[in-house]
Write a protein that binds this ligand. Structure first.
Ligand code: SF4
Ligand code: SF4
Ligand code: SF4
Ligand code: F3S
Length: 377
């Protein structure tokens, strides 16, 4: 098995990666703002109708939305992985525990497991189920102490994908032009080592075709300069597609670089797994820090502080305003007065959004129509 030492900026150190892959020329990425997700599952259904409505795909959700802390798809996927990985410690921004590659048993690519049929039988387990008890009167007299949040998940198109490294057939590849990770449907023989190795459980075995499949990052749309189906249909406007650079090459006018590297409000999911995943999350404000820390790493406090102050922070507000504003892929943004402008790869303006919605208050009595109006606020 080829092994190399690579630099993973999300864990602040070099690590072992059992494959000879290199970074792509550009990397597909997205930011999801958890605070805005309403679990409407429109994203899930958009993907299902687009890509997984065929035979054998009944249980396959390239995109799913699970309620934390009690929702999972497949069952307890993250709890199991965290348990298998053992003690996870951070020394400031440097991860001092082991990644799934470093903790792998001898002869194996990564720590992992293959979920069974039962694990995929309850896609909405724990939905809307909060953590904690509601004491009598809580909702009336105090802020309530219970919490839950919705975690929307797709394949992370990882910089160091475990699925790809684990396949004995080399049937999974990462495209150099955009970093999208795909299963070659002709090469795959259904060995399922990819399913075992992906810690996010985002490769699915199709029992009808007897080969594996996964999120394709909607590459036919991506190649046309459009954002993915799950992103452009998002009702809560929680998502934004774009390219991500490495930290030292971060471009402040690129919305994704700005959120992840410049302002550091968006964080990777379980960075300690060691895959350098490329879907980034703005963590939820109302959830205990300890829970968020194990899920998004040590940047949580700083991210939340900046996000909380966004209404007074015009530049950050401008980038957040771009979420869900266009179906086109945004390469660059610019703030002009109280308006944010988004540009595509050719520098063409594709969207323009005001930061503040204009408010008009109608007079109580309309002289012209001689009518009273009841403004209900
Ligand atoms: Fe959340 Fe958007 Fe999906 Fe609705 S469409 S569940 S708001 S991510
Ligand atoms: Fe592969 Fe899983 Fe990473 Fe997707 S999330 S690239 S399936 S390891
Ligand atoms: Fe599905 Fe495309 Fe979203 Fe992937 S990017 S989960 S293929 S809609
Ligand atoms: Fe390889 Fe996974 Fe297919 S391990 S052969 S891509 S099922």
């Amino acid at each position: 098995m080829p092994r190399q030492r690579v630099y993973n900026w999300q864990i602040g150190r070099r690590m072992l990666y059992p494959y000879e892959g290199t970074r792509p020329r550009r990397q597909f990425a997205a930011v999801f703002d958890i605070n805005k997700c309403i679990a409407c599952q429109t994203c899930t259904m958009a993907c299902k109708q687009g890509w997984t409505a065929g035979p054998g795909q009944e249980y396959i959700f390239y995109n799913n939305v699970e309620t934390k802390p009690y929702g999972f798809y497949p069952l307890a996927w993250d709890v199991k992985l965290l348990d298998m990985l053992g003690r996870q410690t951070w020394d400031g921004g440097r991860y001092s525990g082991k990644t799934i590659f470093e903790a792998a048993p001898r002869g194996e690519t990564a720590v992992g497991y293959i979920p069974d049929k039962e694990d995929f039988s309850y896609p909405n387990v724990g939905e809307d189920e909060p953590y904690g008890d509601v004491a009598q009167g809580d909702y009336i007299t105090t802020p309530h102490r219970v919490w839950h949040f919705y975690l929307a998940r797709i394949c992370n198109h990882c910089t160091y994908p475990a699925c790809l490294a684990a396949c004995p057939r080399k049937a999974i590849y990462k495209r150099a032009e955009d970093g999208v990770v795909l299963v070659d449907q002709k090469r795959c023989r259904g060995y399922r080592e990819c399913v075992r190795a992906c810690p996010y459980k985002k490769v699915f075995f199709n029992p009808h075709s007897r080969i594996s499949e996964k999120c394709i990052a909607c590459y036919p749309l991506l190649e046309q300069g459009e954002q993915t189906l799950c992103i452009k249909t998002c009702i809560g406007r929680i998502r934004l597609n774009g390219w991500i650079s490495t930290p030292e090459k971060a471009e402040p006018s690129n919305p994704i670089d700005y959120l992840v590297h410049i302002r550091k409000v968006a964080l990777p999911l379980f960075p300690q797994f060691g895959l350098e995943p490329n879907i980034y999350y703005i963590p939820p404000l109302h959830v205990p820090r300890g829970f968020l820390y194990q899920m998004f790493g040590p940047g949580v406090k700083e991210a939340l502080g900046r996000y909380r102050a966004a209404s007074e922070d015009k530049e950050l507000l401008a980038v957040l305003t771009l979420f869900g504003s266009t179906e086109f892929w945004l390469q660059r943004y610019r703030l002009r007065g109280d308006t944010v402008l988004g540009y595509d790869a050719r520098g063409k303006e594709v969207v323009r959004v005001p930061l503040y919605e204009p408010v008009y208050i109608r007079p109580f009595y309309d002289e012209r129509l001689q009518a009273y109006r009841h403004n209900i606020t």
